[in-house]
Design a protein around this ligand. Structure first.
Ligand code: FAD
Length: 245
């Protein structure tokens, strides 16, 4: 994290650049996390403050209604009470706390992607005939449906586990959320590709539900902790949970 927040009399000054901020194109208020003294803070920045420049991402691969934008912050001066509570927290703790909400919503969103793909793929495979039989009666296509069902069930179960951990205030809630996000995103990316395969040309139009799922699901493997970062966190957890030296 390279964005900085520094105190200047009664004000704070924010400098930096944020990439691909979801909804920034539409937002009136931005929540910016930056380095502050030895820790990190979150600051509320009105989008029309002098020094803020918002540049919409043109033609994103997926999530096209999400209004992603790059946010440039050059000497943005704000009243000191724009800093949200908990300032000076260790950056890892602040970011993990904020990301946990995003990770949970991405994880369940991936279950939604898989359910939409499963509904489209089963309806198509049951309704379309090829070589004198419904597609679903060709075993290789039936195998795709089984894989898609499995992906939806696996993603839903791991999300339910994470939600239960949250409801119970379990100490495992952070790792359970990372696990849910990672599993659901990878299953959604795989499952959406399977759904396009089952629908073939019928699902290959821009705007079809499975085509959209295919584009959106890929981005789920990048946001709120990429696959690689999730795997690193899970490996760290595995090492500490097993007490490895
Ligand atoms: C749809 C979408 C929405 C987003 N919304 C937001 C938002 O609201 N707010 C926000 O702040 N950001 C947002 N982002 C940005 C997102 O957080 C970053 O794209 C993501 O963290 C990856 O950073 P990067 O794109 O710079 O890739 P890079 O950091 O250049 O990474 C490239 C590849 O290398 C891997 N990699 C990088 N570092 C390591 C490492 N240390 N170990 C192992 N692998 C590594 C990455 O996982 C990736 O596969 C969004 C991005 C997308 C695509």
């Amino acid at each position: 994290m390279t964005t900085t927040v520094r105190r200047d009399g009664d004000a704070v000054v924010v400098d930096g650049h944020k990439k691909w901020v979801t909804a920034a194109h539409y937002a009136d208020l931005l929540v910016i996390v930056g380095r502050y003294e030895d820790g990190a803070v979150a600051v509320v920045v009105p989008a029309d403050t002098p020094g803020v420049r918002i540049e919409r991402i043109a033609d994103p691969l997926g999530c096209r209604a999400a209004g992603h934008a790059d946010v440039h912050l050059d000497g943005v001066r704000l009243p000191a009470d724009s800093v949200l509570g908990g300032h000076g927290l260790p950056p890892a703790l602040l970011v993990t706390t904020a990301l946990a909400y995003g990770r949970m919503s991405v994880a369940w969103g991936c279950v939604g992607i898989l359910r939409a793909c499963l509904a489209a793929a089963t309806a198509h495979a049951a309704g379309r005939e090829q070589f004198g039989r419904p597609l679903a009666e060709h075993q290789l296509v039936a195998g795709h449906l089984a894989d898609l069902y499995t992906a939806e069930q696996v993603a839903a179960r791991v999300c339910e586990h994470a939600s239960r951990c949250w409801d119970e205030g379990s100490p495992d809630q952070v790792v359970a959320t990372v696990l849910a996000k990672h599993v659901a995103a990878t299953q959604a990316a795989k499952g959406a590709a399977t759904a396009v395969q089952v629908l073939a040309s019928a699902g290959s139009r821009d705007g079809h539900a499975v085509a959209r799922a295919y584009r959106d699901a890929k981005l789920m493997e990048i946001i709120e902790g990429s696959n690689e970062l999730c795997r690193l966190m899970l490996a760290q957890h595995a090492l500490s949970a097993t007490g490895a030296p």
